[in-house]
Design a binder for this molecule. Sequence first.
Ligand SMILES: [Cu+2]
Length: 106
Amino acid sequence: MNQAGLLCLVTAVMLAGGVRAAAPITVTQKGLQFSVEDLNVSKGQVVVFVNDDRTAHNITVTGEGLALNGGLQQPGAEFKVPFAKPGTYQVSCGIHPKMKLSVTVK
Ligand SMILES: [Cu+2]
């Protein structure tokens, strides 16, 4: 096998081996709660927060040095959060304090 062939093979193995981040996970907000209370994701995985309520929400994400505020999220809107760093994160709603979700990134 020549060098170009070897490079091709290495690339194919990397792609097949899940070097790419896992597919996005969707979490919905409905009835003033998140669809799950605890979530495990892989490093680099994206969580898509969908507002399935008739009222606006405000996603906040804190943990591992991250402090993210998604702003006002209207009904039907999506908010995507990539979790790049392993650790534990708290997701909540700035408008509805009872809405809480814990995300563990491995
Ligand atoms: Cu809310």
